[in-house]
Design a protein around this ligand. Structure first.
Ligand code: UDP
Ligand code: MG
Length: 329
């Protein structure tokens, strides 16, 4: 994944108050009940709304069921992927098509409760840009899911500096403008609040209900944890150094060169004071390698600098985000 710093304009102009985005992969048993609940909640809000169901290449009857309901409910839009691209891609597709001023995401397996949506919206109305659900009473396997996720959440919170308890909860509400420019890859959808917060959005967390999965089974195993950690590293790197890659590469390069001089000094000292010939120790070789590695790394950093310039200038991106401007004559 990477997040782009350019302000990609949302492809579609805002048209409704609220868009709800659902990623769906083989959830045929849950869809009827879920959409009934969702419509009931949304109808009671007194806001205009639309629902985007993104069918992520389901092999069951999910698509038929969705199209059937969409015939009755014009608010329901269905987007069928050609194959399974993953939950993050499904959410991204939803964001690309959504036209609401506010975008709410939730899982389609009845684990998130649509009844929590009004509370999320109230929080947004208080002036927050992102409200993130926290499954305070999570109903998943104790060790393999809850414990692992608790540790992962701790690490993410530490590295990102954005203190949330539960990044993985899909039930979240976003103000549309914080989503502009967000491009999601890999398992990145869980990091949107972090990214938004880094760019100056006001992010808040709110406990939401959580139910055990009643139908079908979870689409994820333990390997997700590695993907999440790697994605976090990419995110951190891009956020901190996309604008100044020379700090990373050059920093490493300088460190390596300093180390090479120390090694060389060691070799010379051994020669002078311990009468060990230069070819009797691996130190001169090590010094040469460290020196070369340092030079290469600095050159790579310079190359990366050229690349980020090409990137920003060709895409019209800006290394900052503006909340609003008041410009006088
Ligand atoms: N999902 C998806 N594509 C995938 C995997 C999952 O759209 O490749 C959807 C799935 O249908 C569900 C949500 O993402 O609505 C969360 O998936 P799941 O319940 O398996 O994750 P868990 O709750 O176990 O973390
Ligand atoms: Mg689930």
């Amino acid at each position: 994944m990477s997040f782009e710093l350019k302000p990609v304009p949302s492809p579609r102009p805002s048209k409704t108050d609220l868009s709800v985005v659902l990623p769906i992969y083989d959830e045929e048993e849950s869809l009827g009940e879920l959409l009934d609940n969702l419509f009931a909640v949304l109808d009671g809000l007194g806001r205009t709304y639309e629902i985007w169901c993104v069918n992520d290449g389901s092999h069951d009857r999910s698509s038929e069921i969705l199209h059937e309901i969409a015939k009755r409910r014009p608010e329901l839009h269905v987007l069928d992927f050609r194959r399974n691209f993953g939950q993050t891609a499904a959410l991204q597709a939803g964001f690309d098509h959504a036209r609401g001023d506010i975008i709410v995401t939730l899982d389609a397996d009845l684990q998130n409760d649509p009844a929590d949506i009004p509370r999320l919206l109230e929080k947004l109305d208080e002036g927050y840009d992102v409200v993130s659900g926290w499954r305070a009473n999570r109903k998943d396997a104790a060790i393999s899911r809850n414990l692992v996720s608790r540790i992962a959440n701790g690490i993410i919170s530490h590295i990102s500096g954005v203190k949330l308890h539960d990044y993985g909860c899909t039930l979240k509400a976003y103000r549309r403008d914080v989503m502009s420019g967000v491009r999601l890859y890999g398992e990145m959808h869980r990091f949107i609040p972090i990214y938004a917060s880094w760019r100056g959005a006001r992010v808040v967390e709110m406990p939401v209900g959580h139910a055990a999965r009643r139908y079908g089974k979870s689409k994820y195993g333990l390997n997700r944890i590695f993907k999440v950690v790697l994605d976090l590293m990419v995110l951190k790197f891009l956020e901190s150094y996309l604008v100044k890659p020379i700090y990373v590469f050059g920093g490493f390069g300088l460190f390596s060169i300093v180390l090479s001089f120390i090694t060389l000094a060691g070799a010379i000292a051994l020669k002078l004071f311990a009468h060990t010939s230069l070819i009797q120790t691996p130190l001169p070789l090590l010094a040469a390698m460290l020196f070369l590695m340092g030079c290469m790394s600095i050159l790579l950093g310079l190359l990366a600098e050229i690349m980020t310039r090409t990137y920003f200038e060709s895409q019209g991106g800006r290394p900052y985000a503006v909340r609003n401007i008041k410009e006088n004559e």
